[in-house]
Design a protein around this ligand. Structure first.
Ligand code: AP5
Length: 207
């Protein structure tokens, strides 16, 4: 059974949703650069703060992100890695610090991605994820888990979502091609309910 799992996909493909479930299922760490950066948005680095890059939909500079991932993986026995690597330089760095047991690509059409991103709401308190149409909370604007307020991420406006998709095609698609060329990539159709996508990922990891 694979325990060092890389989950790749465009913004909104369901990486966060599925990574959390996989990490619970296998009892491993969920390592996510997006959440780590959101928790440290105003951290001063020699390139400025992560906030300025994230709100524009751009990538945060590699040295900042590489350091986060290296520290997280050093402490992890097994992991589901989500949101990294996002370009070939990060992929090269990752190959120097760990081996992977499985690389899964969640494939979702662009217009579905934009709908998912613009409809996403997250809990301000506990970080739980919702969607106004696809995964609504029991009470609008209120987290089912902790009663916290549900807010829209600053980078989930339609304009920034489309910018993030552009950044994905320019920077991250070559990473997917790289793993495909190496014969390491398994592809999963991500256009189904979260339960069905989770079952599909389980099936490919069991093979
Ligand atoms: P990050 O947080 O990683 O964002 P992302 O890759 O754009 O991915 P998302 O979190 O938007 O989507 P997801 O695939 O996790 O989908 P989710 O499960 O939430 O990164 C944010 C920013 O940080 C970047 O833009 C960049 O600036 C910076 N950054 C991060 N990593 C970096 C790196 N390595 N290098 C440089 N910069 C970096 O689902 C989305 C929505 O759809 C939710 O509402 C959910 O409820 C819904 N949904 C999920 N699955 C389904 C389904 N099966 N059916 C219907 N709805 C679904």
């Amino acid at each position: 059974m694979s325990h060092r799992i890389l989950l790749l996909g465009a913004p909104g493909a369901g990486k966060g949703t599925q990574s959390k479930r996989l990490a619970d299922e296998y009892g491993v760490e969920h390592v996510t650069t997006g959440d780590a950066l959101r928790a440290n948005k105003d951290m001063e680095t020699e390139y400025g703060t992560p906030r300025s890059f994230m709100e524009a939909g751009d990538l945060v500079p590699d040295p900042v992100v590489n350091e986060i991932v290296e520290a997280a993986l050093a402490d992890a026995d097994g992991f589901v890695l989500d949101g990294y690597p996002r370009n070939l330089e990060q992929a090269e760095f990752l190959s120097e610090i760990t081996d992977l047991d499985a690389v899964v690509f969640l494939d979702v059409d662009d217009e579905v991605l934009v709908d998912r991103l613009t409809g996403r709401r997250v809990c301000d308190e506990c970080g739980a994820n919702y969607h106004v149409d696809f995964q609504p909370p029991a009470e609008a604007g209120v987290c089912d888990e902790c009663g916290g307020e549900l807010i829209q991420r600053e980078d989930d406006t339609e304009e920034t979502a489309r910018e993030r998709l552009q950044v994905f095609y320019e920077n991250t698609e070559p990473v997917i091609e790289h793993f495909r060329d190496e014969g390491d990539l398994v592809e999963v159709d991500g256009e189904a309910t979260p339960d069905d996508v989770f079952a599909r990922i389980g099936d490919v990891l069991d093979e």
